[in-house]
Design a protein around this ligand. Structure first.
Ligand code: 7MK
Ligand code: ZN
Length: 877
């Protein structure tokens, strides 16, 4: 480890800032080698601060070179300030003053992609969470909100487009003949929402009239060759703006809204005020180059970033411990938008299966933390599935508890009460409570307790009395620093299904109903349903009403019944997953005991009924056909045995494929889309079912299927069908695999985002020499380690490649560790994220656990960035 171990900061230590910055005036003199940043900060003592000091401590970074600093135009001599350990300390200051600071940075050498950096030929920024301090010295914390005016000076021929937040207020020429543009943002904001972009960009213009009749100019900027791929993003933006007006009463507030696509970006996108910056993978879309999944992602990310304008920008976070205040709420909002736009059940299934796979795994590992963490070493490590996805589930539970209208009353009060403020999760819950006259104090434990609660459910039916009782116990397992847990308030939505698939009504709380939300708030409770006419099958946790693990000992017959007959579409999927999990677990055990695999499964009967029912939404059928993933089975396992899981999944798919070959062929053929490509719910649904059926059909070994998949590859007029076919050919290692992979690369080598898909599929390809093939990809001319998307493609592909990554000799883990060490200093955020698979070492079967742990220990001997240090040290603790 590094000599000086990085230390943690704590929520309990929060104090208000000693100074406020009313106005921030910035000038950027952009240049190929050095960029000069001049800031004029209008500072004053914070009347609310209890600390009586005239010393001003500003945040900076080792990459910021100080040229000079002045107070009210008086240039400070060196003895009046200190500049070390990333802080600029001005020893004595007046009560109110203007601090002028001149600094130099080198964006072209910024490999961390935080602050101001170069991506292809453009300048761009990423300031959340603490990137602004790499641009200039500042009070870089979200509770310091300021009015920004930004002047950008640059060579017009290289940077005809120069953008920042707010409105353009002035433009002209400097004495040296450069161009300057001045932007002014009338809304005060924290520095993490600052943005600057400069480059030779093309633009798509559009406009939107808000609900009060104001006209807003909409602009999307990309490099020239990509401008033909932003129509869908623009359409998504306009639909998001409309939706936020209709569902939340939120109107856009500036006269202009801009989005810029950049190729090198650590995350998905960023909600900078009036100037969103996107990873091009989350913005660009065209039928020929973009799959349906990626279209949906573009739509969701455009909505997410737009929604932040209220949930994040107008009302922001007091400190980074409150990150879920804006992220959990905004994810809930974008999920609701997508659900309203397409199918709500399909969207819910996708979100829940992601949560149960990835967030549950995080919550069961060494990085487990509550949605409001009590401490962190590096905030960048806390842009997690827990903060985002579990955070959204917590907001969703509030929605379930208050109902649609009550929730809207609460959000209205929250936005009105806190507009222009930096607030906490407590403020959010308080607004919900005050608007509805409810007490959510027990519910608030969800904000401070980590780990996934487990509900154990037992039942009994009294035929004589016609009563049915459910006994529910709750238990949240220990997590780091939280050995014991208190009982949570958990909304459990329940319905009862009768013997012939009818919804059974019941009396509960004196009312006759057929669905109820039970308030589980104690370690053990019994709920009695009256007037239940026959012995029911319980349909529990409908719509996944709480982020918990649920144990109820369903029989196979009951699962088959719910799978075909539950009125709750979500629980039909849930039952199918449970059935498949049970089947896979039997096979995993057989594999591990060296026994023969069973050749029969009740899943066939379930699938057969499903495939025959043409009244169902094809997208739902496709989801139900999808076997529990390798990752989900790993999350459920006691000790993860990747080879056993893989073998079990392949075998189960093979049984179903052979038994239902005719049905899969028929479903494949009858779900072809004949109209021109559109990314709408109906077409996406058909393609997803068609391609799911195709992969089963090919798995049956049929020669006709093999011919069909190659034909689909060659004839496809859209990336969804082309890539589905290619994946199938590669996965089943058909004779054409090499030829088609090469052809695919040749066809698309000029489309960076398609090349990324090729890199991922090639890295995931299971072959004798899997790891060698991954190493070769990293030497391939199309690969670039500086580009996070490419790195994620190759390393992500390797992660799916069970044989190569989980090789018993540990070579896959060693290779990953090599990449982490390589990137540790170059791009700490990406390096830290690459550590995730290794953090699971204690969950692996012993032989693999040892190898993973060894690699973590090897990484730990390096001089580590804070980011990697935190993850590695917590994993080894
Ligand atoms: C999503 C922060 C940004 C991880 C997932 C996003 C980030 C990291 C997009 C960057 C976001 N505020 O809007 O949440
Ligand atoms: Zn966000």
């Amino acid at each position: 480890m590094a000599e000086q171990k990085p230390s943690a900061i704590y929520l309990k230590d929060y104090t208000v800032p000693n100074f406020l910055i009313d106005k921030t005036e910035l000038t950027f003199d952009l240049d190929e080698t050095q960029t000069i940043v001049t800031s004029r900060l209008h500072l004053r003592r914070n009347p609310e601060s209890k600390v009586q000091t005239s010393a001003l401590v500003l945040d900076g970074g080792e990459d910021v070179k100080l040229i000079g600093v002045a107070i009210d135009e008086y240039a400070l001599p060196e003895q009046e300030y200190t500049n070390k350990d990333d802080k600029l300390i001005i020893t004595a200051t007046p009560n109110e003053f203007v601090l002028t600071c001149e600094t130099m940075i080198e964006p072209q050498n910024n490999t961390k992609l935080e602050g101001l950096y170069r991506s292809s030929s453009m300048f761009c920024t990423q300031c959340e969470a603490e990137g602004f301090r790499h641009i200039t010295y500042y009070l870089d914390r979200p509770d310091v909100m300021s009015i920004f005016t930004t002047t950008i000076i640059g060579d017009e021929s290289r940077y005809p487009v120069m953008l920042s937040n707010g409105n353009e207020i002035e433009r002209g020429k400097t004495e040296e003949g450069k161009t300057f543009v001045t932007w002014h943002d009338p809304f005060k904001k924290p520095a993490y929402l600052f943005a600057l972009v400069a480059g030779d960009l093309e633009v798509l213009n559009d406009n939107f009239t808000t609900m009060s009749g104001r006209d807003v100019k909409l602009q999307i900027f990309t490099e020239k060759h990509n401008i033909d791929k932003v129509d869908f993003a623009m359409d998504s933006l306009k639909r998001s703006m409309k939706w936020d007006e209709e569902v939340y009463g939120r109107e856009y507030d500036l006269d202009i809204f801009m989005i810029v696509a950049v190729d090198d970006f650590n995350m998905g996108a960023m909600e900078n005020k009036g100037l969103n910056i996107f990873n091009s993978s989350c913005l660009l879309a065209s039928p020929e180059t973009t799959t349906d999944d990626a279209y949906l992602r573009v739509e969701a990310v455009v909505a997410h970033e737009y929604f932040h304008n209220w949930s994040g920008n107008r009302v922001t976070c007091r400190d980074w411990f409150q990150l879920s205040l804006k992220e959990g709420f905004t994810v809930f909002r974008d999920q609701s938008f997508s659900a309203d736009t397409h199918s709500d059940v399909v969207k819910r299934v996708e979100d829940v299966s992601f949560l149960k796979t990835a967030q549950f795994a995080e919550d069961a590992g060494p990085m487990s933390h509550p949605i409001r963490p009590a401490s962190f070493i590096e905030i960048s490590n806390f842009y997690t599935l827990t903060i985002y996805e579990k955070g959204a589930e917590v907001v969703r539970m509030i929605h379930t508890l208050l109902g649609e209208e009550g929730f809207r009353k609460g959000s209205d009060l929250y936005f009105e009460r806190h507009d222009g403020q930096a607030v906490t999760c407590d403020d959010f819950v308080k607004a919900m409570e005050d608007a509805n006259g409810v007490d959510l104090s027990q519910f608030k434990r969800w904000y401070s307790q980590a780990g996934t609660p487990r509900l154990t459910v037992t039942d009994s039916y009294d035929e004589q009395a016609q009563t049915y009782s459910l006994t529910i116990q709750q238990m949240t397992p220990p997590t780091p620093n939280q050995p014991t847990k208190l009982a949570l308030h958990i909304p459990v939505k329940v319905g009862l299904v009768g013997q012939s698939n009818e919804a059974l009504s019941f009396t509960f709380d004196g009312q006759t109903q057929d669905e109820v939300v039970l308030h589980v708030n104690d370690v053990e409770q019994t709920f009695v349903f009256e007037n239940v006419m026959s012995k029911p099958v319980p349909s529990l946790l409908r719509g996944f009403s709480a982020p918990v693990k649920l144990d109820y000992d369903y029989s196979t017959e009951q699962l088959l019944q719910l799978m075909s007959g539950d009125p709750d579409g979500f629980n039909r999927w849930s039952a199918s997953q449970q059935l498949a999990v049970n089947e896979l677990n039997k096979l995993i055990e057989q594999y591990q005991n060296g026994a023969q695999f069973s050749e029969e499964t009740p899943l066939v009967e379930g699938f057969k009924a499903l495939l025959a029912d043409e009244s169902l939404d094809p997208a739902m059928v496709a989801l139900i056909l999808g076997l529990p993933s390798q990752a989900y089975m790993s999350e459920l396992a006691d000790k993860i045995d990747p080879q056993a899981i893989k073998a079990a999944r392949e075998h189960l798919r093979g049984i179903a494929a052979k038994a239902l070959e005719v049905e899969f062929k028929h479903v494949y053929e009858s779900n072809a889309v004949s109209e021109a490509y559109q990314a709408n719910a109906e077409q996406i649904a058909k393609r997803s079912l068609k391609n799911a059926a195709l992969s089963y059909w090919v798995a049956s070994g049929s020669d006709e299927a093999k011919a069909a998949v190659v034909r689909q590859y060659r004839n496809a007029d859209n990336m969804t069908d082309q890539f589905a076919a290619l994946s199938c050919v590669v996965h089943f290692n058909l004779a054409e695999a090499d030829e088609l992979l090469n052809a695919f690369f040749e066809q698309w080598k000029h489309e960076a985002l398609v090349v990324n898909k090729w890199l991922m599929l090639s890295a995931a390809r299971e072959q004798e020499n899997g790891l060698e093939q991954v190493k070769a990809l990293m030497e391939h001319p199309s690969f670039d380690i500086k580009n996070p998307n490419k790195l994620r493609s190759v390393i992500g592909g390797l992660g799916q490649n069970v044989d190569a990554f989980h090789n018993l000799d540990g070579s896959g883990y060693a290779f990953l560790a090599d990449q982490i060490i390589l990137l540790n200093k170059r791009n700490p955020q990406i390096a830290s994220r690459l550590c995730t698979p290794l953090t699971r070492w204690q969950r692996m079967v012993p032989a693999l656990a040892e190898k993973m742990k060894g690699e973590l220990e090897r990484i730990a001997r390096e001089d580590l960035s804070k980011d990697v240090y935190e993850v590695v040290s917590k994993s080894l603790a």
